[in-house]
Write a protein that binds this ligand. Structure first.
Ligand SMILES: Cc1cc2nc3c(=O)[nH]c(=O)nc-3n(C[C@H](O)[C@H](O)[C@H](O)COP(=O)(O)OP(=O)(O)OC[C@H]3O[C@@H](n4cnc5c(N)ncnc54)[C@H](O)[C@@H]3O)c2cc1C
Length: 377
């Protein structure tokens, strides 16, 4: 047995790392259990890195509430943990006159959510509060901060079994290593359905929805100052074009439903992305991508943002199906998980001041390579 803890958090993505940090700051003994060799390699390290304002999120949904709440928590955390952020804002341009009504509806939605937007005379919607971060640095910063507050990280700890003991659960990895904890927080991303089923909870399932991206060196005649957003469809937000914290331009993502994890970039992704991206940012029409990567959204089947104590096992808190906005909402998700864990009987103190410190050095690798290279198949 590798230790007795009050809470075992399964999965060190941005959600699990955020939960571990919030719990550890309240004096809870936390084990953060990650299957991969490093935290943040899956969805949290292979996304668009955009910190959304919630301007286009559906009013009244839990996801929207948490996006809006996170916006009020984020700035001091970014500053204390020295996480890079480009406060560039975004704009959504109509493709044709038919888009004007959609953009007007999105502007009204933004105002309903209390998010500042401006509709220009040329029909373009400006969203000044949208920003871009380095999602790997963001996730690692939360994870390392959790450890500064005494959480213990176990990597290479792929949970395969969870059993009841007397007043605690025994959480066992494929390697045979085990920890015990009173409460299990399930932040296992695309593995969250499987983790819940280990405790007899089959109330939801999660599948991978792949999103592919192309990375460009900035064309000499094409400085990109803002995130460029397409007018969304009911199924997807579509292909966007955005600047990265390290001065590149990224275009994507696609949306491909899978039945098993596959981080490869399909040959046809280029044709699905490039025409749309160069319509929004014409200098990309002649540009060659320098890299491509894919991320897998942890998409729930007919559910989204499953954040609740399990009905099958009250000592299990699911934080699952955080499909599209988990980077943005992570701090508010963690706040909610703290109250669920407290309701499960784990004692807590008032939060310690966040211990400052930067994320681990990137060793010269841009974020979009760090996870993608390690996950490539
Ligand atoms: C293409 C794409 C674009 C996106 N764009 C954005 C964006 O711009 N802004 C935004 O806010 N969000 C975005 N998202 C969504 C965001 O990435 C996710 O919501 C978020 O990363 C989910 O975090 P997570 O911690 O739940 O999942 P993950 O990051 O996948 O973490 C889950 C972790 O659990 C581990 N794990 C799984 N099973 C086990 C097990 N049995 N034992 C131990 N560990 C296990 C995994 O290895 C993984 O590290 C995007 C996602 C994708 C894929």
């Amino acid at each position: 047995m590798s230790g007795d803890f009050e809470v075992a958090v399964v999965g060190a993505g941005v959600v699990g790392s955020g939960c571990a940090l919030a719990l550890a700051r309240r004096g809870v003994a936390v084990a953060l259990l990650e299957a991969e060799a490093e935290p943040g390699l899956q969805a949290s390290g292979t996304n668009s890195g955009i910190l959304h304002t919630g301007f286009d999120s559906a009013f009244g949904e839990l996801e929207t509430d948490l996006i809006l709440r996170a916006a009020s928590l984020r700035d001091p955390v970014l500053e204390t943990l020295a996480v890079p952020v480009v406060r560039c804002g975004a704009e959504m341009a109509p493709r044709d006159t038919g888009d004007a009504a959609s953009i007007a509806a999105i502007a009204a939605n933004a105002r309903g959510n209390g998010v500042a937007v401006a509709l220009r005379d040329d029909g373009v919607l400006e969203v000044p509060g949208e920003s871009v971060t380095d999602p790997v640095a963001y996730t690692l910063a939360l994870c390392v901060a959790a450890q500064r507050h005494r959480a213990r990280l176990f990597t290479g700890f792929g949970v395969t079994r969870i059993e009841h003991g007397r007043g605690s659960m025994r959480v066992t990895a494929a390697s045979g290593e085990a920890v015990s904890a009173r409460v299990v927080v399930n932040g296992a991303g695309i593995g969250a359905g499987a983790v819940a089923r280990m405790l007899g909870d089959d109330s939801f399932d999660v599948y991978p929805r792949k999103g592919e991206f192309l990375v460009f060196d900035p064309p000499t005649d094409g400085i990109l100052e803002r995130i460029l957003l397409p007018v969304p469809t009911p199924r997807t937000k579509g292909v966007l074009v955005f600047p990265t914290v390290d001065g590149r331009i990224v275009a994507g993502p696609t949306a491909v439903d899978l039945d098993r994890p596959d981080w490869s970039v399909r040959p046809e992704a280029r044709e699905e992305i490039l025409p749309k991206a160069s319509r929004m940012h014409p200098p990309l029409a002649d540009a060659e991508p320098v890299f491509a990567y894919a991320g897998l959204r942890p998409a729930g089947r007919a559910v989204n943002y499953v954040i609740a104590r399990s009905r099958a096992e009250p000592a299990l808190v699911n934080v699952a199906a955080i499909r599209s906005t988990g980077l943005t909402a992570s701090l508010a998700i963690a706040e909610r998980v703290v109250s669920l864990v407290a309701a499960a009987g784990v004692p807590m103190s008032s939060p310690e001041a966040l211990a400052p410190g930067p994320p681990p050095a990137a060793e010269g690798e841009p974020w979009w390579r760090r996870s993608a290279d390690r996950l490539a198949v």
